[in-house]
Ligand binder design. Structure first.
Ligand code: HSE
Length: 306
């Protein structure tokens, strides 16, 4: 009965500056490639064919934890063999763990005739995020699975909304330092002032309205975060300079990708996205920190079969 599927699971940008834990979008690049084979014998084996030395023990592996949740919920015993070619570097802030978790359950669902809904898959995949960062959050998993821009109105109960968005070109710089999501969450303040909350609500609503109305100016001025960015940006060398110079050069706006250290900028066209990439390259070359850049687009499809 062996059946195999190979899928492409994209990187994602969580938070979108003002929407901590509730907004996210999918990128065309980079992406992980995963092959899942259904076996006759029950159980799960995982093999990594990448350079990152991640655990292959199913319950401690991000993809494994997500798959085990799906296998437990299925009425009959399942057996799978999963091969992961991770191309999204772990700890980059580009949703590497979400790509593994969402990719694994998407592939499994295809091999069991789509027995589960997207909401089920998101719930299973959140078990993988818990292994990675200690908390269940869906702001990377959801855009990874569904594509485009997504809003997580609530995770208990799960309430997911896909946001219509215009064409966007996205520039990302990944300075090669590691920021653990768990650490980047621990430094956040538990309480915020009403004044800051009001400012943030305005920005989130403005960003969602701007995306839906395809109003690039509104998108740009709503990409402001008065709560998380002032705390987390301290962990990212040259953050303020990168942001200011990219916006000056024509980027709509941007900020920390997920919990960092990657920084992203949204752009209206590819020409600006390439100018922004040059600015990022120049700054990190001068500062003397190794980096990787991507110039890519909003991915509207999410995970796809290869
Ligand atoms: N919303 C999460 C955070 C995303 O910012 O901690 C982590 O990738």
């Amino acid at each position: 009965m062996e059946k195999t599927i190979t899928i492409k699971s994209p990187a994602t940008i969580a938070n979108l500056v003002c929407g901590f834990d509730i907004l996210g979008l999918a990128l065309e690049e980079p992406y992980d490639v995963m092959t899942l084979t259904r076996k006759d014998a029950p159980g799960l084996t995982i093999k990594h064919i990448d350079e990152y030395g991640l655990t292959e023990k199913p319950e401690d592996n991000v993809a494994g934890a997500a798959l085990l949740a799906l296998m437990e919920a299925y009425e009959t015993k399942l057996g799978f063999e999963l091969t992961i070619d991770k191309r999204i570097k772990p700890g980059s802030g580009l949703g590497s763990s979400a790509a593994s978790a969402a990719g694994a359950v998407y592939a499994a669902n295809k091999l069991i005739e789509n027995a589960f809904s997207n909401d089920d898959l998101i719930r299973f995949a959140m078990n993988g995020e818990k292994v990675a960062s200690g908390v269940k959050h869906a702001d990377n998993i959801t855009p990874c699975l569904l594509g485009g821009v997504t809003l997580i109105r609530s995770i208990h109960p799960l309430d997911i909304i896909k946001i219509d968005a215009p064409e966007l070109f996205i520039t990302v710089v990944h300075p090669q330092i590691e920021v653990k999501t768990s650490d980047a969450r621990q430094i956040l303040k538990e309480d915020i002032s009403l004044k800051k909350a009001i400012r943030q609500w305005g920005n989130i609503a403005g960003l969602v309205a701007g995306l839906m109305q395809k109003d690039y100016e509104l998108i740009g001025r709503s990409l402001e975060d008065v709560i998380i960015e002032p705390v987390r940006s301290i962990l990212i060398p040259a953050f303020d300079e990168v942001k200011a110079k990219c916006i000056e050069a024509g980027a709509l706006g941007g900020g920390i990708s997920g919990s960092g250290p990657s920084i992203f900028m949204l752009n209206k066209n590819q020409e600006t996205a390439l100018i922004v990439e040059d600015i990022m390259k120049n700054i990190y070359t001068r500062v003397g920190i190794e980096f990787k850049t991507y110039v890519t687009k909003l991915n509207t499809k999410g995970i796809t079969t290869l």
